[in-house]
Design a protein around this ligand. Structure first.
Ligand SMILES: CC(C)(COP(=O)(O)OP(=O)(O)OC[C@H]1O[C@@H](n2cnc3c(N)ncnc32)[C@H](O)[C@@H]1OP(=O)(O)O)[C@@H](O)C(=O)NCCC(=O)NCCS
Length: 210
C-alpha cells in the first residue's frame, strides 16, 4: 500500500489537510448541493469504486476529518484522527467511492482481513458523504468488502456500531448481518457487535447492483 504524503512530516501533512479541509468546506458552501432527487438520478453514471490507488492520502484524510461529527459519538472524542487515518491508509484495505465529475471522495470503507484461525474480516470504518446518502453507496461498499474478503479466504464479516446508530443498523440488517453481542461502555453507551457469514446470500448481494 502507498505511504503517507511524500516526504512531509505528520504535522506538516496534518496542517496541509486542515487548510485543504477549510477550502473544501468553502467550496461546499459556495456550490449549492444538488437536490437529493437529482443526485439519485445522476449518481449511477458518475460514481466509481476504487482502492486507495485511485486517490491520495490527503484526500482520504480530509474526507475522514470532514465526516468526524457524523459518527456517533464523533471519532475525535474517541481516537486521534491523524493517527487513525495513518493506520487505516497503511494497514487496512480501503475501498473508496469517488464522484468522477470532480474526483471527490464520497464514501470510504476500511477493513482488515486477518489470515489465521478465525478467517474473519473486520470493518473499521464506513462513511458516506451526507449529500450522497440514500443512493446505495453504503450498500455497494459493503458488497465490495464482502466480495474482497471472500476472495481472500475469509469466512465471516464482523463490525461494531453504537446502539443509537439507526442508519448503520438498518444497513447491516439489510446486508444479512446478525447481532452477536451487546456491550455497555462508558457514558452508558452500548456497542453492538454484528457478524455475517460469507459468501453473503444472493439476497444481500443483489440489494443494489453498482
Ligand atoms: C451508515 C452510512 C454509512 C449509510 O450509508 P448510505 O450510503 O446512506 O447507505 P445506503 O444508501 O446504502 O442506504 C441508506 C438508505 O437509502 C436507501 N437507498 C439505497 N439505495 C437507494 C436508492 N437508489 N434510491 C433510494 N433509496 C435508496 C436504503 O434503502 C436506505 O434506507 P433506510 O435508511 O431508510 O433504511 C451513512 O449513514 C454514514 O456515513 N453515517 C455516518 C458514519 C457512520 O455512522 N458510519 C458507521 C459507523 S459504525
Amino acid at each position: 500500500m502507498a505511504g503517507g504524503a511524500g516526504g512531509e512530516s505528520a504535522e506538516q501533512c496534518f496542517a496541509a489537510c486542515v487548510i485543504e479541509s477549510k477550502n473544501y468546506l468553502e467550496y461546499r458552501r459556495e456550490n449549492q448541493r444538488q437536490p437529493t432527487s437529482a443526485i439519485k438520478a445522476n449518481i449511477m453514471n458518475t460514481i466509481k469504486y476504487t482502492d486507495d490507488k485511485g486517490t491520495n492520502f490527503n484526500k482520504f484524510k480530509i474526507f475522514i476529518i470532514n465526516q468526524d461529527k457524523r459518527f456517533i459519538p464523533p471519532l475525535s472524542t474517541r481516537i486521534d484522527i491523524n493517527t487513525y487515518c495513518d493506520k487505516l491508509w497503511k494497514e487496512a484495505k480501503n475501498f473508496i467511492a469517488i464522484n468522477e465529475e470532480n474526483d471527490e471522495i464520497i464514501g470510504i470503507c476500511s477493513f482488515y482481513c486477518t489470515p489465521g484461525k478465525y478467517k474473519s474480516s473486520f470493518l473499521s470504518l464506513l462513511s458516506v458523504d451526507e449529500s450522497f446518502q440514500k443512493t446505495g453507496i453504503g450498500e455497494a461498499l459493503i458488497k465490495k468488502w464482502a466480495e474482497y474478503a471472500w476472495s481472500k479466504g475469509m469466512e465471516t464479516l464482523e463490525t461494531k456500531t453504537w446502539e443509537k446508530n439507526e442508519k448503520m443498523k438498518r444497513l447491516l440488517d439489510r446486508s444479512t448481518f446478525t447481532l452477536t453481542n451487546s456491550i455497555p461502555e462508558f457514558n452508558n453507551r452500548i456497542t453492538l457487535s454484528y457478524k455475517a457469514n460469507l459468501p453473503l446470500s444472493a439476497a444481500a448481494l443483489n440489494i443494489k447492483n453498482h
